[in-house]
Design a binder for this molecule. Structure first.
Ligand SMILES: Cc1cc2nc3c(=O)[nH]c(=O)nc-3n(C[C@H](O)[C@H](O)[C@H](O)COP(=O)(O)OP(=O)(O)OC[C@H]3O[C@@H](n4cnc5c(N)ncnc54)[C@H](O)[C@@H]3O)c2cc1C
Length: 479
């Protein structure tokens, strides 16, 4: 980190002030501290134990794509690292300015630009809070249908950068399915646009290349997303199955029958016993499965009855519509106090995705690896985003008393991740489904991609020759 009380820092500050206005460049201690911790357990733990985390030298708030471009050009001149910061709600350490330099806070880019009621799209700046975006779209009579648990604390750009997802993904898609086009500021400071439509045969799709790039290939400054009419109705139903296996077979059959639920969620037996009991008050042994359908009432009723018929082939108990609706009404509670885990516990979301042929193997590979090497770690999981071909496993480990020393705690924590993720990859899973890679999982990218990782590093090197954009993340080299 650069010393602030010398002419070099003052010179850089004056150039940044010239780019965005002096009131939008900060070296304030509280602001730099606030931009040094996201939702990644390791830096939070170091902070919790009294240590200062690496901080940005400047927190800069651009108000437009043109100002963002000026910052990136200046960073190239001075070879300063730039780390985009949206809401700081990411769990992978992606927004942490680990090499100092500039924390580029996007929150002034917060405008809804237009709503197109003919094509059903919304165009907004990328720093907008996702709840504000949804409210604006709802006011016009529509919905983005992007309803993540972090809707109130994350930005649109954070979701674009992490390929994030919301609770209705099974019908409406992840963010990468929702995007029509994007405006991006390249690492060398050009403002570019991807093509205006997401389906074309005009070369590889640039939008899909930037989606998931986690601030390493540029800054997303604007995006056009699809929006949807508010559905006439949305109905839920829940079942209890004796085993997760029975419930998985039912969930897979719903999807492979090509019914179109907006959501399915299946909790394994330990999470049913732990969280479904605490949040919904259902104190029963087994695996809880809930699904919902939305749209015109007649179609919803028909699809719902088909899905219920599939579940009745294997169910243990029909919990009815009410205990399905209760899950929807309390869906965000699972992720916030007092139901979420917290210091001094060590915890992490082992987020992965695989085909129906592999997803249970992935679950057992992770669970067994942890049971063998870390018997003190509790392992719970639910399957939360479902596709025609497979589903996502949101597994979590929780350790009540991790080592006190922060170095030891970091080594211990990383060992759990290495073991669980390598087991998942071997069984057919991938590193991650929607939380991204960041600092947390960068070292495992080569395990996942093999020689194909060279393609990604070549793209990074070509687009960012001075390696200013978020160095040290996603397995790319640091400073
Ligand atoms: C309680 C809770 C619940 C959550 N639930 C969900 C969920 O349901 N679904 C889900 O997908 N995630 C969830 N998350 C994770 C997190 O909210 C998402 O990853 C979200 O996309 C992060 O957005 P952010 O604006 O906070 O990004 P940040 O944490 O600020 O940044 C994340 C990454 O994106 C980069 N970045 C940010 N903005 C831009 C930009 N404009 N251009 C380029 N790069 C950029 C950063 O450099 C960083 O690498 C949850 C987190 C919490 C704390």
């Amino acid at each position: 980190m650069m010393k602030q009380d010398n002419y070099v820092a003052a010179m850089l500050r004056s150039e940044l002030a010239d780019a965005v206005g002096p009131e939008h460049v900060s070296t304030d201690a509280a602001e730099r501290l606030g931009h040094s911790i996201d939702y990644y357990w390791v830096p939070e733990m170091w902070h919790d134990r009294g240590h200062e985390n690496p901080q940005a030298d400047f927190v800069v708030h651009p108000g437009s794509a043109a100002e963002t471009a000026k910052i990136l050009r200046l960073a190239n001149t001075h070879k300063l690292p730039v780390t985009p910061w949206g809401g700081g709600s990411g769990s992978q350490g992606g927004a942490l300015p680990m090499h100092g330099g500039i924390s580029l806070d996007t929150k002034r880019l917060n405008k809804v630009i237009s709503i197109d009621t003919e094509a059903l799209t919304v165009t907004a700046e990328a720093g907008i809070n996702t709840q504000h975006l949804e409210w604006a779209v709802e006011k016009a009579g529509y919905s983005t249908m992007h309803l993540p648990a972090s809707i109130a604390c994350a930005t649109l750009g954070g979701f674009l950068a992490h390929r994030g997802t919301g609770v209705l993904s099974t019908k409406y898609g992840k963010i990468e399915d929702m995007v029509m086009s994007m405006e991006v500021v390249t690492p060398t400071g050009e403002v570019i646009n991807t093509l205006p439509v997401p389906r074309h045969a005009s070369g590889p799709d640039l939008a899909q290349m930037y989606l998931g790039s986690e601030g390493t290939l540029g800054v997303m400054t604007k995006a056009t997303l699809k929006i949807h009419p508010r559905p006439e109705t949305r109905k839920f139903h829940a079942f209890l199955f004796k085993t997760m296996r029975d419930a998985m077979a039912a969930g897979a059959k719903i999807m492979t029958s090509r019914l179109r639920p907006c959501v399915i969620r299946l909790y394994d037996e330990p999470e049913t016993a732990r969280l479904i009991k605490r949040v919904l008050g259902i104190d029963k042994k087994g695996a809880y499965l809930v699904f919902g359908f939305d749209g015109p009432e007649k179609i919803v009723d028909l699809e719902l009855s088909q899905a219920c018929a599939i579940c009745k082939e294997r169910e243990h108990e029909d919990l009815g519509a009410e205990l399905g609706q209760a899950w929807w009404d309390h869906r965000y509670k699972f992720f916030y106090p007092p139901f979420m885990f917290h210091m001094p516990q060590a915890f992490g979301t082992l987020d992965t995705v695989a085909t129906f042929a592999n997803i249970e193997k992935v679950y057992w590979a992770m669970k067994n690896a942890l049971a063998e090497h870390f018997p003190e770690a509790a392992f719970i999981g639910h399957f939360s985003h479902w596709y025609e071909w497979g589903c996502m496993l949101y597994a979590r480990f929780i350790v009540e008393n991790p080592p006190q020393d922060p170095v030891e705690a970091t080594l211990y924590y990383n060992k759990i991740w290495d073991m669980a993720i390598r087991a998942a990859i071997k069984a057919g899973g991938v590193l991650n489904e929607h939380h991204g890679v960041g600092l947390k999982l960068g070292r495992l990218m080569k395990d996942l991609y093999g020689p194909a990782f060279n393609v990604l590093t070549s793209v990074k090197t070509a687009l960012d020759p001075n390696n200013i954009m978020n160095p040290g993340k996603m397995g790319f080299k640091g400073v």
